[in-house]
Write a protein that binds this ligand. Structure first.
Ligand SMILES: Nc1nc2c(ncn2[C@@H]2O[C@H](COP(=O)(O)OP(=O)(O)O)[C@@H](O)[C@H]2O)c(=O)[nH]1
Ligand SMILES: [Mg+2]
Length: 439
């Protein structure tokens, strides 16, 4: 005897699969059919279900036996075996049990009232029959279908109210899972929807259940939303951004690359004259690298220092400020106005990877005052995602220059790379184990 288990999205689909694979002859017996929950990408049970059918294929000589008594013996044996198998799996929920009087016995239904199989089901003991009935064919009740439809409609409504995409919850669940991953990473609903829907439009519908194919296309599309650039394309470089973002640390990293690694003549200037400790910290680094470090307290002083400097690169450290403090930002802007007429300034906005979408919106907007052309994502080692910064940089058409990932001045930073950024945001999704059709 050969046992089988088949799955499908609907009862009709899985039954058709059984028929096409094993035929519909009397040797094909269905022992159990039930709805089972689908697991999410996180391995959690979801509200969606799919159908599962267990059965067995009898050997032909056991279907057409010569003697009636043998038939019954064989059938009883088969039923015993099947009961043993199904008792190992989960019993159906009480509401899935059907009253013995309400359904036709398996034999009568499939083989006609006069058949040996029908006779068997009439002859078996009522107690045994009670055991067997829950595992016979039970098409879903109208009420169950209505309940499922209501649940699907509710899920769709929930998704829509969140700004989610209009996707088929069953056939396109991998695309939906992609959308959910993107929002979980911190992208807005609109951005996540646009990536999921563009991915859907650019792959054949036969790939809608294949995570690997969806991932490859989504990675390519997300990569198109990421711009990158280089550092040190101007003589004067400055970093702006909120307090504690990592501006001083990153400026020192840049100075180390230029002076220690590339042997260029570098000078550090700080206009952060509010926090003595910060100025002292920069001076210590400058001494280690053996490069000059000056403090400029006024815009005029800054203009004079730059005019006198013969350095190949001048790196200016700024004070941190809350983006809400417009007065402070305006005062700091005066420093750059004092030199902006004579010099091109390469300004980077430094945004910590932990920044949430609403805060990132404010940062990108308020620091625009400094006309920053490049963006640095700092502290990527402290956050599982920097999706909001990627979305904002895309909105503002700003390229990334660097990513920093630690406090080690010599090594904890990376040049921005489009696909590296896309991978950092999507690879986790590909790596998730999933019960769905992942190939
Ligand atoms: N984990 C981590 N910490 C960083 C990184 N960059 C800077 N920091 C730390 O963040 C804190 C603030 O950095 P600082 O450069 O003074 O920020 P600033 O106020 O913007 O100049 C310091 O403790 C740094 O050591 C980074 O990439 N990763
Ligand atoms: Mg600083």
């Amino acid at each position: 005897m050969h046992y089988f288990t088949e799955h499908g999205d609907t009862h009709a689909e899985v039954l058709a699969k059984v028929r096409s694979k094993y035929g519909s002859g009397p040797e094909v017996l269905i022992s159990q059919q039930r709805e089972v929950p689908v697991k999410s990408i996180w391995g959690k049970i979801t509200r969606s279900t799919r159908w599962e059918i267990h059965g067995a294929i009898l050997e032909k000589n056991k279907v057409q036996p010569k003697k009636k008594d043998e038939t019954i013996d064989n059938k009883l044996k088969l039923l015993e075996e099947m009961l043993n198998r199904t008792s190992l799996s989960k019993k159906p929920a009480p509401d899935a049990m059907v009253d013995a009087e309400d359904i036709h016995p398996l034999g009568e239904r499939r083989f006609g009232a006069g058949s040996a199989q029908a006779q068997l089901t009439r002859e078996i003991q009522p107690s045994l029959r009670k055991e067997i009935l829950p595992i016979s064919i039970q098409p879903p009740s109208t009420e169950a279908i209505r309940r499922l439809e209501a649940e699907v409609a509710e899920l769709k409504a929930q998704l829509k109210s969140k700004g989610g995409p209009e996707l088929d919850l069953v056939k396109e669940r991998e695309l939906l899972s992609l959308y959910e991953h993107l929002t979980a990473m911190g992208f807005s609903h609109d951005f996540s929807t646009s990536i999921a829907m563009r991915t859907r439009a650019e792959i054949p519908s036969t790939d809608y259940k294949l995570r690997k194919k969806i991932h490859a296309k989504a990675r390519e599309i997300l990569g198109e939303h990421v711009r990158t650039t280089t550092t040190a394309s101007q003589r004067i470089i400055t970093l702006v951004g909120p307090t504690g973002a990592g501006k001083t640390t990153t400026l020192v990293k840049l100075a180390a690359r230029l002076s220690v690694t590339q042997k260029r003549r570098v000078e550090l200037i700080t206009i952060d004259n509010y926090r003595i400790a910060a100025t002292e910290q920069l001076k210590v680094y400058a001494r280690i690298m053996d490069i000059p470090c000056r403090v400029c307290r006024t815009p005029e002083e800054l203009a004079g220092t730059i005019a006198d400097s013969s350095a190949e690169f001048i790196l200016i450290d700024t004070s941190g400020s809350s983006p809400a403090n417009r007065d402070f930002l305006n005062r700091q802007k005066l420093f750059f106005e004092a030199i902006g007429a004579q010099h091109e300034i390469e300004t980077h906005l430094v945004v910590p990877a932990t920044t949430r979408l609403e805060d990132a919106k404010l940062l990108f907007d308020r620091f625009e005052l400094f006309d920053y052309a490049k963006v640095i994502i700092s502290k990527i080692d402290e956050s599982f995602s920097f999706a909001p910064i990627v979305e904002m940089a895309d909105t503002w058409h700003k390229p990334f220059s660097l990513l920093t990932n630690g406090q080690d001045v010599a090594k904890d930073w990376l040049d921005a790379d489009r696909m590296l950024i896309a991978d950092a945001l999507l690879k986790k999704w590909l790596d998730e184990t999933d019960t769905s059709a992942r190939k």
